[in-house]
Write a protein that binds this ligand. Sequence first.
Ligand code: ADP
Length: 424
Amino acid sequence: MTADSPNHKIQQLQRLVEVNHILSSTLEFPKLLEALADTASELTRSETASILLYDARKNELRFEAIPGKPSTSINTLSVPLDSSAAGWVFQNNKPIVIQDASDDPRIFREIDSALSFTTRSLIAVPLQVKQKTIGVLEAVNKKNNSHYTEDDISILENLGCQAAIAIENARLVEQLRMANSELMRHTKVKSDFIAIASHELRTPLGLILGHASFLKDYIPSQHQEQIDVIIRSAMRLKTIIEDLSTIAHKEQGQSRIRRTPFSISEMVATTATQFQKQAASKKIELGYDVPDEDLLLEGDKEKIQIILTNLIRNAITFTDPGGQIGIKAEKDSGYLKVYVVDTGIGIPEEEQNRIFERFYQVESHLTRKHGGMGLGLSIAKAMVELHNGQIWVESKVGMGSLFCFMLPANQQQAEAAARIFRTS
Ligand code: ADP
């Protein structure tokens, strides 16, 4: 079969189609480049081929792949843009054919000596993506001392087009992989910090609180205010540390729930009563509504108390004087639903999903009027999820917000819920 026989051309085209498949399925960079160089030498019936990519930092073309040569052995080889055939192709963005390379000044001889090789003939095409040249694909030494043809140029150009896109995709995937692993590293640092800080702050804070409470009984009345400030601030720190440890435990998969039956109606009534004074001091009306029948829930009472407390505390924080807050509990098939509704500032629609993320606050931390660390809702969500329940918000800016959490009423219902959420 001669080089320009119809059968040979069909074979070349088939090979190009095959290569296209390989290119679209291989994202591993070195393998991809080696496959490309291999195909270039096969299709142009050359002794070897190579891929050179532009290194912007050094302004030169670096060898990335030569069939049969490990990438580590060629990555140190590069050619200058001004005195090499590949450099000419790169700068002019045009193919080149050198039929007799023996005395051609465009050949950069240092590569031949480094590879113990003699370049006799060469064909090279630019690799271009989105009108930007990223490198050069070249084939060297046409077999049987024959000449490169127009067909060789067009087949190499064709391969070059596919190669450039595949290289760019592989580079993007590589960048994404690196960004992802960097992100994971940051997430781990953040999680470790939360875990260590919450653990290490606990003991000294316990000592401050213990000693301050002890001193309160001995300090003269004119200094009681100062000691109260110390105790109040330490209690605030204690809440923050507890929030951080809750997050740390959840992240480390250490959070467990102990289901015991208790009355959610009673919890709603007591918690609402506890917050009544705080609401009244802000001139907010706070009421609750529970049905006559006692609503029993099998769940972790302490954790469910955290959910309810965080929602009511937020409702008071984000409602202006003169506003109203309502808390309601009800039964819905095998679930119990608790609503906390306020007539406060509301939450913009685009923020409504994000507020359940850790450390997320609608206003930036520096400009906001209210305290808090953006943890209350993420903790509430974590507690709800531990019970296989759901939590959501409906809100309109300037009108108010409705937060609702829905929990399976008992263990059996929780298992059913877990199955539903797993399959949906
Ligand atoms: P924080 O402790 O900082 O308030 P949360 O996780 O409890 O953190 O809440 C996150 C953010 O969601 C709040 O900073 C606030 O911007 C918004 N938010 C929460 N509850 C309400 C509410 N009832 N009304 C308006 N905005 C709210």
